[in-house]
Design a binder for this molecule. Sequence first.
Ligand code: PEP
Ligand code: MN
Length: 356
Amino acid sequence: MSELDQVRDHLDQVNQDILKLINERAKLVQQIGDIKAKQSINRFDPVRERDMLDKITSSNDGPFENATIEHIFKEIFKASLELQEDDHRKALLVSRKKKPENTVIDINGANIGDGSVHFIMGPCAVEGYEQVASVAKAVKDKGLKLLRGGAFKPRTSPYDFQGLGLEGLQLLKRAADEHDLAVVSEIVNPAHIEKALDYVDVIQIGARNMQNFELLKAAGDVNKPVLLKRGLSATISEFINAAEYIISRGNENIILCERGIRTYEKATRNTLDISAVPVLKQETHLPVMVDVTHSTGRRDLLLPTAKAAIAIGADGVMAEVHPDPAVALSDSAQQMDIPTFNQFMEEIVDMSNRMK
Ligand code: PEP
Ligand code: MN
């Protein structure tokens, strides 16, 4: 064997030794991560890192400079920390790693998450009995099972219509009961959750409250499905963690709802992050719906975005329907009137049939 080959052999052996040692080190770091998780201690500890680097460089006798050694070890530390974070993600209760099969939520006979497409339709806000009753009839006539309507409206301006509150929930429930529909309505105050249980079949948590942790905990403490909407500027990871707040209290009946996020684009009210649907379906076991109304803010885009949602694998579509959108007290530019809604449903059913 030539001298070069001999040295190369030796080098290969050293590489193997380093590999074994860094993986051995990684296992120790994982053990430390588990101990820290039990004690709720932060995983990243800069004081400990500095101490380790000092010990390493003080016994360094080259040929590498201390700065180079620090750089190399810092990379190893960083990779180990990322490993702990991966383990952490693996452990989330909403994750598919934790539960591989889909969560299916039976709401009034609609099995959300069962692979077929479901619809949540209704006005932006409950404005009166006649208004919700006419929409409820249209929704029922299309064979749908879920009626939406806001009673507590979290409006951007305090001077805009704030909703009818409890009276709104009562009107919505009356109209829904008359047509055998389930009620989906937003609750904004943790103290209202208990009372709302008498009127709603699904507690909606709106985009503006996605990180209202007290509200998430209160919704997690009750036995009622939750429709959790993505925050205005929330990352997918923040969205998933918001759902984790709910499930960690014992309520696993959560529907995630992509409703567009804030970007620089002005052509639509928000930017529908359509790829969030397959990402959420892969990362979590929860059903995922798409709200085409608030993501686009444009009536002409409701149908194409609903089709895109279905094509990409969403478990359902939410949209707003009002008997006379022009006089609606909120979101008048984007609600469908009843004939438009009928046409919308016909085209969607037609598309779903063609996909089968
Ligand atoms: C709603 O669905 O009524 C609503 C206010 O939507 P978001 O919370 O997504 O803005
Ligand atoms: Mn609205």
